[in-house]
Design a protein around this ligand. Structure first.
Ligand code: GLC
Length: 526
């Protein structure tokens, strides 16, 4: 079956506040993004060559959680521009063949959203039941649920003597999806941006939209989960506050709305309780794509990636299509994570080669294509309540003051080491990280086996290597990645190298065996 655009696409995630500031206020904005679309894809080899953009939230927000606390779902945050700037961005992106998806934050609103202002006004307000209110005694919350940002998930509203639920900040009350009026209201929001021409949505914490009907207490972990640093022994398992069977009906409803438009995509931010259940979100009438955090957060080890990839292929079945991501706005950038105990740059190239050659849709996080690192944020400049600023700093376009991001004397977050790492310096350097990404994305586009080809993990490989095969009628490819620091000899196939992490071995012949340097990856074509 012919693949859909979102199966062929390479996505690029833009954190709008940090991509490009067009009006000199120190904050990135929509016109800034529009001005840099040619960098992303101008149809030539000079540009990065991505096919679609995901924009983090652009709606009005008091910014307690930087846009994830929405106060108006159908508006544009004035810091980013207005509807006209959004329409311009869409038009200019579409003119270049770039699709644009926007962030939908349906699980909760801002406490400043008019729905919540009404809901909290009195127990008899018609919108009271739009949120999750419970009576309990003033000194004991309705159950033991924790907010994902720490502390109890219940906030006592003193005037009414009732608690409301917030799985994130106090200022992010959870909507009640058992109320059909809420479902309808969110369907209207979905229609709003699709009608304006958005190509789809990334849906925030999609698995959390439904809670246990009986609000039972959550259990606790008895052991640390090795892949997810904050899943410590003793931390709460959100067994009853996430991944409830009923959430799939809500998702099906969203999908029906999306399907009433032509060819749109829904990508979920999915944290299933069990990794095996990720595939449930990708049934034919649910999401098109779902993020795979076991892969995102895997430690830099062949075995960890192999596990994440093998579980995905084992559980997904033929209908579900994977996504592969290394970084986003919630975690330390992978180049920084991988620098712990090794050469972060070399490792980031190995991981990128993997992400862009697996079967599935890759998502690049702005700046990773130039090797941008986390920035250490001095205490007085911290903006995020839970410490995620380091991976959200301004894009480093050039070595000039303001890094080509802004002409303002001060930017909303400090700028990283732009003198060493910036777009301008890498554009004409054939060995740069940017050139590596550009060439790899182009190779992917030109090589059907990398997009639509079959996928098979090779069982026989050294423990610190990962080897897989991608095959289409016209091409047989082998991808070999050495995650170790030592050289390895692997069993390969006769052919020639068409790509490698240092862009130094292209054209070299491969025999039945092949040598890989430490932290080296290659693509062989037979
Ligand atoms: C998601 C977002 C994150 C946000 C949270 C609450 O995890 O990616 O940035 O803080 O949801 O909306």
């Amino acid at each position: 079956m012919a693949l859909k655009w979102w199966q062929r696409a390479v996505f690029y995630q833009i954190y709008p506040r940090s991509f490009a500031d067009s009006n000199g206020d120190g904050i990135g904005d929509l016109d800034g993004i529009t001005a840099h679309l040619d960098y992303l894809n101008d149809g030539t080899e000079r540009s990065l060559g991505i096919d679609a953009i995901w924009l983090n939230p652009i709606n009005p927000s008091p910014n307690k959680d930087w846009g994830y606390d929405v106060s108006n779902y159908c508006g544009i945050n004035p810091e980013f521009g207005d509807m006209a700037s959004f329409d311009r961005l869409l038009k200019e992106a579409h003119r270049r063949g770039i699709r644009v998806i926007v962030d939908l934050v349906p699980n909760h609103t801002s406490d400043q959203h008019p729905w919540f202002v009404e809901s909290r006004a009195s127990k008899t307000n018609p919108k009271r039941d739009w949120y999750i209110w419970k009576t309990a005694s003033p000194d004991k919350a309705p159950n033991n649920w924790h907010s994902q940002f720490g502390g109890p998930a219940w906030k006592l509203d003193v005037p009414s003597g009732e608690y409301y639920l917030h799985l994130f900040l106090d200022e992010q009350p959870d909507l009640n999806y058992r109320n059909p009026a809420v479902v309808e209201a969110m369907h209207d929001v979905i229609r709003f941006w699709l009608e304006r021409g958005a190509d789809g949505y990334r849906i925030d914490v999609v698995a959390q939209m439904m809670k246990d009907a009986a609000f039972r207490d959550n259990p606790f972990r008895t052991a640390h989960d090795p892949d997810i640093p904050w899943f410590e022994e003793g931390s709460q398992i959100p067994l009853h506050s996430t991944d409830q069977i009923e959430v799939h009906d809500v998702i099906r409803g969203f999908r029906l709305v999306a399907d009433s438009f032509d060819d749109r995509v829904l990508v979920g931010e999915t944290w299933p309780i069990e990794q095996e259940r990720l595939a449930d979100y990708l049934r034919p009438d649910e999401l098109h794509l779902a993020f795979n955090f076991r892969f995102v957060l895997a430690r830099y080890m062949a075995s960890r990636f192999r596990d994440a990839i093998a579980t995905t292929h084992r559980t997904f079945g033929p209908g579900a299509w994977p996504t592969w991501t290394l970084s986003n706005h919630d975690f330390s950038r992978h180049i920084s994570r991988y620098s712990d105990g090794g050469d972060g740059i070399a490792r980031a190239r190995v991981a990128a080669l993997m992400m862009l050659t697996l079967r599935g849709t890759p998502f690049i996080y702005y700046g990773e294509e130039i090797g941008m690192r986390d920035v250490r944020i001095p205490r007085e400049r911290r903006r995020d309540p839970v410490g995620r600023d380091g991976c959200r700093t301004p894009m480093q376009w050039s070595r000039s003051p303001g890094a080509g991001f802004s002409t303002a004397a001060s930017t909303w977050l400090p700028i990283g080491e732009a003198k060493e790492v910036n777009v301008a310096a890498q554009l004409d350097d054939p060995r740069s990280m940017l050139s590596f990404y550009r060439r790899l994305i182009r190779l992917r586009r030109e090589t059907p086996a990398l997009v639509e080809g079959s996928f098979r993990l090779q069982a026989d490989s050294p423990a610190d290597c990962l080897i897989y095969h991608r095959e289409s009628p016209a091409h047989r490819l082998l991808v070999a990645l050495n995650f170790g620091a030592e050289p390895r000899e692997i069993s390969s196939m006769r052919g020639r190298l068409i790509f490698d992490t240092d862009l130094a071995r292209i054209g070299e012949a491969s025999g039945a065996t092949l040598k890989l340097a430490g932290n080296e990856a290659v693509i062989v074509e037979s």
